[in-house]
Design a protein around this ligand. Structure first.
Ligand code: AMP
Ligand code: GLY
Length: 419
């Protein structure tokens, strides 16, 4: 099987790598890919938001499956164009991707399906927003209603700051604050059958101790040692299956990757958000611990045969990843800064998230999140130690990382929030 992966970030590097390990896959292509995917796949420069260009490339390389990584082409309907051309595509339709593309749509689906989530108000004026802030009280949660690469949400105790963010958004959703540790669950689905991968947790704030603004994620880990047994079953039953059923009723079945972001509150799991694609950097730790053929799994989901797949196992051990970002992230990151990577020990792998080669062939930064250092270990502590030991050898003067990803102290604080 030949597989084309669309996107050029860490998630796509990790996805393409896992797919390349599937014995049924003999060629992986990436568009645009990055210097990380170039190590094992063929990179192509194509506009991934242009469905016709993607279809032409898929035909040219004889792709049996197109896997769409990022949200923008999904919300833009690229999966529909590829499928109309008769090529299997892993990724929801334009309509179904609204589960991520519009917070208000996602909330309406959850309400109709009886899915537990935060109470909310969709607001169209500052007066409405102010009233909603006062209705729910602090901490205030203010979300722009549209794609924002993880940066459209402000959670703050400062009413002025909450109002200022609301004023910047054309449409805004104001929510009740959900108190409890967060978890990300990836569910591969063909619209009816659904296969959960192992839960992970990412660290969203840019600074140590969870200070500073939200980012796309500064690191992640799996498994979650504090997670109550049975949580995944509960989420499948209370969230995933009702949501998929509601989408079928609306005649926009959701086939692809349903990313369920949850807060585990004292009243039970509550949905924080849905995404229509794999999460980044959680993908980087979940896939190395997944025991099964990833290409075949995604192909089965793309072609409506997921119920015929044997269930996906999970490998022993633990995985921790730490993001190295460029100075300035999540604001305006510096680009073009040189990076020298030491050789990788067996248990460590560097995923490229925002890198490029300059005209001399030197590896340089090309985005906010630049590198994702992924380490395996017998347990979280060993994996974490290996990730930081490698980072200490990386030469990236204009980069930074959080030093407390999956640290014992953070894990203790996280599990204490379970109540
Ligand atoms: P979202 O883009 O909706 O995932 O929001 C980004 C991050 O903001 C989430 O991962 C949470 O850390 C935080 N957040 C969002 N909604 C809530 C909420 N209702 N209560 C508490 N934190 C939230
Ligand atoms: N790590 C959060 C996301 O991918 O949205």
């Amino acid at each position: 099987m030949t597989v084309l992966v669309l996107g050029g970030g860490g998630r796509e590097n990790a996805l393409a790598l896992a797919i390349s390990h599937d014995p049924a896959v003999n060629a992986v292509h990436a568009a645009p890919g990055n210097p990380g995917t170039a190590g094992f796949a063929t990179n192509h420069s194509v506009d991934i938001n242009d469905g016709a260009a993607v279809t032409a490339l898929a035909r040219e390389i004889g792709a049996h499956l197109v896997v769409i990584g990022p949200e923008a082409p999904l919300v833009g309907g690229v999966a529909d164009v590829v499928r109309q051309a008769g090529i299997a595509c892993f990724g929801p339709s334009r309509g179904a991707a609204q589960l991520e593309g519009s917070k208000a749509f996602a909330k309406s689906v959850m309400a109709a399906a009886g899915v537990p989530t935060a109470r909310f108000r969709a607001c169209r004026s500052i007066a409405q927003a102010a009233a909603a802030l006062d209705e729910f009280g602090a901490p205030y949660v203010v979300k722009a209603d549209g794609l924002a690469a993880g940066k459209g949400v402000v959670v703050t105790n400062d009413r002025e700051a909450a109002l200022a963010h609301a004023a910047q958004c054309e449409r805004v959703v104001i929510e009740e604050y959900l108190d409890g540790p967060e978890m990300s669950l990836f569910v591969v689905t063909d619209g009816t059958a659904a296969v959960p991968l192992m839960p992970a947790q990412d660290f969203k704030r840019v600074g140590e101790g969870d200070e500073g603004p939200n980012t796309g994620g500064m690191g992640s880990y799996a498994p979650l040692p504090w997670l109550p047994e049975g949580t995944v079953d509960t989420v499948m039953e209370q969230v995933v299956h009702p949501t998929l059923a509601r989408m079928r009723t609306l005649d926009i079945p959701f086939a692809g990757l349903l990313y369920v972001g949850l807060a585990l509150t004292s009243a039970g799991p509550r949905v924080v958000e849905f995404n229509a694609r794999f999460g980044d950097p959680e993908t980087e730790v979940v896939l190395p611990l997944s025991d099964g053929p990833m290409g075949q799994l995604l192909y089965a989901a793309a072609t409506g045969h997921l119920d015929e797949m044997p269930s996906f196992g999970r490998l022993p051990g633990a995985c921790v990843c730490v993001v190295m970002a460029s100075d300035g992230y999540p604001g305006s990151p510096k680009k073009g800064c040189p990076i020298v990577l030491p050789p990788e020990p067996e248990s460590v792998h560097v995923i490229h998230a925002g890198t490029a080669l300059d005209d001399k062939g030197q590896l340089v930064s090309a985005g906010g999140r630049v590198l994702v250092v992924v380490a395996r270990g017998d347990d979280l502590e060993q994996a974490r130690a290996r990730a930081y030991a490698y980072i200490d050898e990386v030469d990236f003067a204009d980069g930074f990382c959080r030093r407390d990803i999956a640290s014992p102290d953070r894990l203790k604080m996280i599990s204490a929030r379970l109540g």
